[in-house]
Design a protein. Structure first.
Length: 273
């Protein structure tokens, strides 16, 4: 895809992100071969890993592969240096996604997770934007998000009022902290990709036959990153003192090299405006 088209598209919908577009490849890869399955046809179902002998913990991080076919996408899961109300921090703004910048989901309206290093005193707003695989906006305008009062990990769920993710389509999302509204190029931002896949009947059976609090184990074993992450976070929020969950949480983060976030609080956030 010509760089000029990418630049103009981003300039119109998210002006502060134009600097990132210059870093994208001239031809963005499309139509991943991972878990290809049409919604209404009957092609061969993707082979999900058997979980008949599912253990009670995630265990060694190396057991799980969230990188699909290993094809990386252009993106940046960690925000760079910033100025204004958002001074440099460690850890910095971070998107909880695999290092290849692409993760899978089975959900029409998935939740995206981010580590926010700043408090409400520093900033109160962020923006989320979603493009299709041809870099066309799927939202009429960026979603404005009211942030929590304290730093921590937040979830941003795609509203049910917008168009759902389509099967076997890759989407490019952007998340930006509004630290300097007058000079948005100073704002820390991250971006990555998500692909919705059709769960096989075997995977659905596994989910039905196991307790709800073990869903994250099944998603993890099958490489469904966004669903595994959301499932374990919701389970932790319901059982904050469970030591097994804490260990699984560490191993899940370690599997995508984000273990530095293990001590970050999970905040009850956020509200789209």
């Amino acid at each position: 895809m010509p760089p000029t088209y990418l630049y103009l598209t981003t300039l119109l919908i998210f002006p502060s992100l134009t600097g990132q577009i210059n870093d994208l490849n001239e031809n963005i890869p499309q139509n991943s071969s991972v878990l290809m399955l049409a919604e209404n046809d009957n092609p061969e179902e993707p082979e999900f890993e058997d979980t008949d002998n599912l253990k009670d913990t995630i265990g060694a991080a190396s057991r799980y592969n969230f990188e699909g076919d290993g094809r990386p996408q252009p993106g940046n899961r960690k925000g760079g240096a910033s100025r204004g109300n958002c001074p440099p921090t460690q850890p910095s703004l971070t998107a909880l996604i695999p290092a290849i910048n692409l993760g899978l989901t089975t959900q029409k309206y998935p939740t995206f997770w981010f580590y926010i290093p700043y408090s409400y005193e520093d900033l109160s707003q962020a923006e989320f934007m979603l493009l299709d695989e041809n870099q066309r906006p799927t939202l009429e305008k960026p979603i404005s998000i009211e942030l929590s009062e304290t730093p921590g990990i937040i979830g941003v769920t795609l509203p049910s009022t917008v168009k759902p993710l389509e099967l076997e389509q890759e989407y490019h999302w952007f998340f930006e902290l509004v630290c300097d509204s007058e000079n948005p190029s100073n704002n820390p931002r991250v971006d990555g990709w998500i692909k919705r896949v059709q769960p096989s009947q075997d995977l659905l059976t596994q989910l039905d036959n196991n307790q709800a609090e073990q869903s994250y184990l099944i998603y993890a074993k099958n490489g469904i990153w966004y669903d595994a992450l959301t499932s374990i976070i919701l389970t932790i929020q319901e059982n904050p003192s469970n030591s097994t969950l804490k260990n699984d949480w560490f191993n899940l983060l370690e599997s995508v090299e984000l273990q530095e976030l293990i001590d970050s609080s999970i905040t009850d956030c956020c509200s789209p405006r």
